[in-house]
Write a protein that binds this ligand. Structure first.
Ligand SMILES: NC(=O)c1ccc[n+]([C@@H]2O[C@H](COP(=O)([O-])OP(=O)(O)OC[C@H]3O[C@@H](n4cnc5c(N)ncnc54)[C@H](OP(=O)(O)O)[C@@H]3O)[C@@H](O)[C@H]2O)c1
Length: 161
C-alpha cells in the first residue's frame, strides 16, 4: 500500500507563503516546528525551496528535488522531473513523505494529500507565492495549538482527509 502524503506549510490568511524567494514572515516557533516535523523524513520540494533551505540535509532528511537540472542529483539528493515522478521515487525512500512546496508543487499535490500540517498566520502579508485554497476541502482537524509572538498570532493544525 502507498504511504500517506503529507503537505506541510506556513500560510498567511491571504494564502501568501513566499516573497522574493524567502519566507514572508520570521516566526521562530514555526521554523522549529517545520524542522522537527520534517526531520528523518522524505521531503519533496521544488528547486528554489531546496536551494534556500541550508539545513535540508541535516537531521536525516531525504530530499527529492523537483527540477529540470539533473546535475543537482548526488548520493544524498534525488532529483525528479515532475511531481508524479517525485512521488513514485519518494515511495521507495524511508520515513514519511512530506511535501514542502513551493507553489506549483502544493497546487499539484493538495488534491492528493492525506494530511495537511498547517501553520495559519492570522495576518495578510505581501508576497509573490501562494498556497492553493484548502478551506473548502473536507478536512478533519485532529490537533490544534494556538500561539503568538511579538509580531503574529498563528495556529498550528493537523488536518486529515
Ligand atoms: N511558507 C511556507 O511554508 C513555504 C514553503 C515552501 C516555499 N515557500 C516559499 O515559496 C517560495 C519558493 O517557491 P516557488 O514556488 O517559487 O519555487 P519552487 O517550487 O521551490 O521551485 C521552483 C522550481 O522548481 C521546479 N518545479 C517546481 N514545480 C514544478 C513542477 N510542478 N514540475 C516541474 N518542475 C517544477 C522548477 O525547477 P527548474 O527551474 O530547476 O526546472 C522551478 O523553477 C519561496 O519564497 C519560499 O520561501 C514557503
Amino acid at each position: 500500500m502507498d504511504k500517506p502524503l503529507t503537505l506541510i506549510v506556513a500560510c498567511a490568511a491571504n494564502r501568501v507563503i513566499g516573497r522574493a524567494g524567502r519566507l514572508p514572515f520570521d516566526i521562530p516557533e514555526d521554523k522549529k516546528w517545520f524542522h522537527d516535523r520534517t526531520a528523518g523524513q522524505t521531503v519533496v520540494l521544488g528547486r528554489i525551496c531546496y536551494e534556500t533551505w541550508p539545513q535540508v540535509l541535516a537531521d536525516g532528511r531525504q530530499p527529492v528535488v523537483i527540477t529540470s537540472n539533473r546535475a543537482l542529483a548526488s548520493d544524498r539528493v534525488r532529483v525528479a522531473a515532475d511531481v508524479p515522478a517525485a512521488l513514485v521515487l519518494a515511495q521507495t525512500l524511508p520515513g514519511e513523505i512530506m511535501v514542502c512546496g513551493g507553489q506549483r508543487i502544493y497546487e499539484e499535490t493538495l488534491p492528493l494529500a492525506d494530511r495537511l500540517l498547517l501553520t495559519l498566520v492570522h495576518a495578510d502579508v505581501p508576497g509573490d507565492t501562494w498556497f492553493p485554497e484548502w478551506r473548502h476541502l473536507p478536512w478533519r482537524e485532529t490537533w490544534r495549538k494556538e500561539s503568538r509572538d511579538a509580531n503574529y498570532r498563528y495556529t498550528f493544525s493537523v488536518l486529515e482527509r
